[in-house]
Write a protein that binds this ligand. Structure first.
Ligand code: FAD
Length: 342
């Protein structure tokens, strides 16, 4: 394997607290890498409530989840982190030299002086189909929540799911695929009325066929190629549905997953921290935001911002080996230089 990339800091999780952590580290002169399981930044704000209003961000009377994420991205822009999106940090191991080796599901390896776990309620990962033989096809003929539907070009595609993401994908595939079958367990779809109307038109025009049933197995060629899905129909009978490509949109849900296995002291499924520094039980590893726990903890964005600020100070002092003075962004020339402002 190639040598891992060297990093002063790695922030695990690009939710609101991870984004602000990158900003606070930047103010301290510490450059960060940022990793998230999702293909985009924003964590819960982007994934669970992009259009809902938030009223309790200090100094921002109201903004939507999406707007808050955009503001945080703008704020951290001077410290542009190296981003590794669409991949989950699987392993985190202390090295003999005091650094930490991280590996992601995409094979990215990072060797870091410090690690900031801002993993929230867990990695947002797509729900998978639990049928024998399908796991080996993932990433090839079976794709979970792909954002780019261009892969459907000239292929016989089955889109699996019943919510807006599935409906949207089926509509996007219709003009380019050889055929599109939208597979769901019942003939009821949840999406914006305009999308449902478009789906209806494409069904009537024969561009999208709807199949009702559950996947119970797969049929593969001797070389392993997926040829057909085995479906159980509502009347209990079986049917083979031939295809080239399966795009599954079964929802995305958070899993704490590997974080719990990194050898950090935990308390009631939260990472235990020292509230003076937000350090975990391992020096050099911090936990901020929804993932940590301490007496009085409230899972609020503004609390995570405070935690990220103290964690950045703590790591800067650990690296410097002495206490650092407080500097204001309004007046410090050093901070202005780091921010790239006059
Ligand atoms: P998250 O937002 O959960 O982000 C964590 C990120 O880490 C995720 O993107 C995840 O994919 C990633 N991740 C986790 N593990 C890994 C891994 N191993 N590898 C790679 N990536 C990983 N709070 C407020 O203060 N005000 C509100 O009005 C408010 N309204 C809310 C409304 C709703 C509907 C919900 C659900 C929450 C609301 N909250 C509100 C809570 C707020 O969203 C959370 O406190 C906040 O998102 C926590 O931020 P975070 O960065 O710690 O974690």
């Amino acid at each position: 394997a190639p040598a891992p990339a060297q990093a002063d800091a790695v922030v695990i999780g690009a939710g609101p607290v991870g984004l602000f952590q990158v900003f606070q580290l930047g103010l301290q002169g510490i450059a960060a890498h940022l990793v998230d399981a999702l293909p985009h930044v924003g964590g819960q704000c982007a994934e669970l409530y992009p259009d809902k209003p938030i009223y309790d961000i200090p100094g921002v009377p109201v903004c939507s989840g999406r707007e808050l994420v955009a503001l945080l991205q703008r704020q951290m822009a001077p410290f542009a982190p190296a981003c590794h999106l669409g991949q989950q940090v699987e392993t985190l191991a202390a090295q003999d030299d005091g650094r930490f080796l991280l590996q992601t599901t995409a094979g990215t390896r990072l060797l870091a002086k410090s690690v900031f776990i801002a993993a929230g309620v867990g990695a947002f990962v797509p729900r998978t189909i639990k049928v024998d033989g399908i796991a080996a096809l993932a990433g090839g003929q079976v794709l979970y929540h792909p954002t780019d539907t261009g892969v459907a070009n000239a292929r016989h595609v089955v889109v699996h799911g019943g919510d807006e993401a599935a409906v949207q994908a089926a509509i996007a595939c219709a003009p380019l695929a050889a055929s599109v079958t939208l597979l769901h367990r019942r003939d009821v779809f949840q999406a914006e009325p305009a999308l449902l109307a478009e789906l209806q038109t494409l069904r009537e025009g024969g561009r999208i066929r709807v199949a009702i049933g559950q996947i119970t197995g797969v049929q593969a060629a001797p070389d392993g190629r997926l040829q057909a899905l085995v479906l159980q129909l509502p009347d209990g009978s079986q049917q083979h549905l031939p295809l080239d490509l399966l795009l599954a949109y079964l929802g995305i849900s958070p899993r704490l997953g590997p974080v719990a296995g990194w050898g950090l002291a935990m308390e009631r499924k939260q990472i235990a921290v020292d509230t003076a520094t937000f350090a975990t039980s391992v020096p050099g590893i911090y936990a901020v935001g929804d993932v940590n726990g301490y007496p009085g903890k409230r899972k609020l964005i503004l609390c995570g911002f405070h935690e990220a600020t103290l964690a950045a100070f703590a790591e800067a002092e650990r690296q410097a080996g002495h206490r650092l003075p407080l500097e204001y962004t309004t007046s410090s020339e050093r901070l202005h230089a780091r921010l790239g402002v006059g």
